[in-house]
Design a protein around this ligand. Structure first.
Ligand SMILES: [Zn+2]
Ligand SMILES: [Zn+2]
Length: 244
């Protein structure tokens, strides 16, 4: 399996990075984790075939994770996509997706797609399978608006990839990422405690309990980006590929 960071930035475009979007592929698996506002140009820059993607998993409804969907769907319609597409995310996705589509491109939510589009609601602790890909959501903690917030543990082709989503420390991250082949973790700040977000120092104290085979840091603020060269961890960058 491999994961490419299409975008690993925060909501503020820190470091000129694109909003969150990860592309995971294997022998047959082909899916995205999150689709932030800038994801369509980021996918095109990396020459990723959007019409081969079967599934998009959304962790929460903040624009830097979710607002790329209207662009993705518009592009799919105009590039004559025929392959079915599943978009899965937290409770509310069935109303929030058409709402964001209407705000960005009026009438787009009512346009009949040329392809089958399924929108699936995921609930915490309830594993859901999409072909060979099994997703187990875990509830995380990221404030009062834009949720529910879900971290994902994803099993495909004998591998486990976990993503913390945006969250302050939550013990749910331990089962979400335990022994994972790849754990992508938010490290918004170095040691400064910011409500609803995770600092590297907070995360670091919990990494032994998580015991992931590989950890890659994402969603970094300017504070973290200024230190990445000195850190004993792998930090994501846009376009970076991790094979696991
Ligand atoms: Zn975010
Ligand atoms: Zn967020």
């Amino acid at each position: 399996m491999q994961l490419q960071f299409v975008g690993c930035g925060d909501a503020f475009g820190s470091g000129g990075r694109f909003n969150t979007c990860f592309h995971v592929t294997g022998a047959s698996a082909n899916f995205l984790i999150d689709c932030g506002a800038s994801s369509l140009p980021a996918l095109k820059r990396l020459e990723i075939d959007r019409n081969a993607i079967d599934l998009i998993l959304i962790t929460h409804f903040h624009g830097d994770h979710f607002a790329g969907l209207p662009f993705f769907l518009l592009d799919a319609q105009f590039s004559r996509r025929t392959r079915p597409l599943v978009i899965a995310g937290p409770e509310g996705i069935e109303t929030k997706l058409p709402a964001v589509m209407e705000v960005m491109f009026e009438h787009s939510s009512r346009t009949k797609q040329r392809f089958d589009l399924s929108v699936v609601t995921l609930a915490a602790q309830e594993p859901c399978s999409f072909g060979e890909v099994t997703v187990t959501p875990y509830p995380v903690v990221h404030g009062e608006s834009g949720g529910p917030f879900l971290a994902y543990r994803i099993e495909a082709e004998g591998c486990v990839v976990s993503y913390s989503a945006d969250t302050e420390w939550s013990d749910a991250l331990i089962p979400a990422a335990r022994d994972a082949d790849l754990f992508i973790a938010e490290a918004y700040t170095y040691d400064k405690l910011v409500k609803n977000h995770l600092s590297l120092k907070t995360l670091e104290a919990r990494l032994p309990a998580i015991n992931a085979k590989r950890v890659v840091l994402t969603h970094m603020s300017d504070d973290m980006l200024g230190r990445v060269d000195e850190l004993p961890y792998t930090a994501a960058s846009d376009g970076m590929v991790v094979v696991f």
